[in-house]
Design a protein around this ligand. Structure first.
Ligand code: DI6
Ligand code: FE
Length: 399
């Protein structure tokens, strides 16, 4: 069988569901950017490869996936962090004109090139740890022009680097000052004007919202989701982060790709996620940075076999985090996920949270050849260490 590249003498963690996924003497072969074989060397077909790369027994995992980020934004909120250290709360800062709205002002003032330039170092930090796909949300423009600019900037990241960018429209992140006291009017504008524009321009792969007391009500999010559905756009939701608004059930009723955060998720929400096959994305960076104490109900999610994904939630306010390896460590230490769950959370289940489960997230024939090659002795090292990067090489689409 002819192919472009074969990686030999490797150990594989394929992350295929229901499979132990560990191969001691493995190879991966790629043709035209797709995997054509991943598995034991002894079972491989005869391969006639143009390039053959010896891995000296290193481990290969699927390229890692960060399935929830707000990577595009201007400025930072280090000053608000100092205020919080001095005793102010996130809500107090938001009410005093800080919070999401302060990043909104900075983002509105930035050009598309400026947004790309400020996001690239954050993106590069993720790529340096073997990330090959990143989801990027809008949501700091909160007006037509800036939301479109954020999504264009996100798409531009995918041209500037060898990475797959999935874009998500998060216009329903916060209420902009222009619509103070008119959340329904703002949601109507998103549904009637912005969603159709974004669809016409092909700028978003999904629609997201913030369902919360300080965000939008389930009824408002329901209208947004109906608009998304009328344009055949999949949805996801920031749900149950600070209180239980029954956002997870709403998301599940709309067959959402994922419901994210979930600290206050209840039994009813868990059952709804299990029924709809919606991924539960947990975000230990935000939990840690905000000194939260209530953990998402991991045991119950596991019992109901709800797929669990893990992501950075990289954002300037509640999770200024650009390490997917640290996310896995925090997932294990703070949320008591197993090593296998942490790895699946940034590969197979993260792919599913983006609607890309058929293309990426595992090492198997037919998927895109996105690989991370590691200088480790066992996969647990990827979760165990803090602030150490054992990446040897990163392969995106076979390159
Ligand atoms: N939940 C969060 O944790 C972030 N957005 C959201 O919906 C916070 C974003 C920020 O503070 O800038
Ligand atoms: Fe978020």
């Amino acid at each position: 069988m002819r192919c472009d590249t074969v990686w030999k003498d490797a150990r594989l963690a394929t992350l295929i569901a229901g499979d132990p996924g560990i191969v001691d003497h493995g190879i991966v072969a790629a043709k035209d950017g797709d995997i054509i074989y991943a598995g034991p060397a002894a079972d491989a077909p005869m391969l006639d490869a143009r390039h053959s790369i010896g891995c000296d027994g290193r481990w290969i995992t699927p390229g890692l996936i960060d399935c929830h980020t707000h990577l595009i934004h201007a400025g930072n909120r280090a000053h608000e962090f100092e205020l919080r250290l001095a005793g102010a709360s996130y809500e107090q800062i938001a009410r005093a004109g800080g919070g999401i709205v302060s990043t909104m002002h900075a983002t509105r003032a930035a050009t598309q090139d400026g947004l790309v330039a400020s996001a690239l170092p954050r993106l590069d930090a993720l790529l340096a740890e073997g990330v090959t796909t990143v989801e990027v949300k809008s949501g700091y423009g909160l007006d037509i022009e800036t939301e479109l600019r954020m999504l264009r900037a996100a798409r531009q990241l995918g041209e500037a680097r060898a990475v797959r960018i999935a874009t998500t429209f998060l216009g329903a992140h916060a209420l902009p000052p222009e619509y103070a006291d008119d959340a329904d009017g703002y949601i109507a504008m998103l549904c009637d004007v912005l969603v159709p524009r974004i669809v016409a321009l092909g700028l978003a792969d999904a629609v997201d919202g913030f369902c919360e007391g300080i965000g939008f009500t389930p009824a408002q999010i329901g209208r947004l989701f109906a608009a998304a559905a009328s344009h055949k756009l999949p949805v996801k939701l920031h749900a149950e982060q600070l209180s239980n608004s029954h956002g997870a059930r709403l998301a599940a009723d709309h067959r959402a790709l994922s419901a994210d955060h979930l600290e206050y998720l209840d039994e009813d929400g868990i059952a709804a996620l299990a029924r709809s096959g919606t991924v539960a994305t947990v975000l230990p960076g935000a939990f840690y940075f905000m000194n939260e104490t209530r953990r998402p109900p991991i045991d119950a999610l596991r019992d109901r076999q709800v797929p669990i994904a893990l992501a950075t939630d990289c954002n300037p306010g509640t999770s200024p985090l650009t390490s997917i390896l640290l996310v896995m460590n925090r997932g294990a230490t703070l949320f008591h996920l197993t090593v296998e769950e942490c790895l699946a959370g940034v590969t197979r289940n993260a792919a599913r949270a983006l609607g890309l489960g058929h293309r990426i997230g595992t090492l198997e024939a037919g998927k895109r050849c996105d690989l991370a090659i590691w200088d480790i002795e066992r996969p647990a090292e990827l979760v165990y260490r803090m602030g150490y990067n054992p990446l040897h090489a990163r392969i995106w689409s076979g390159q």
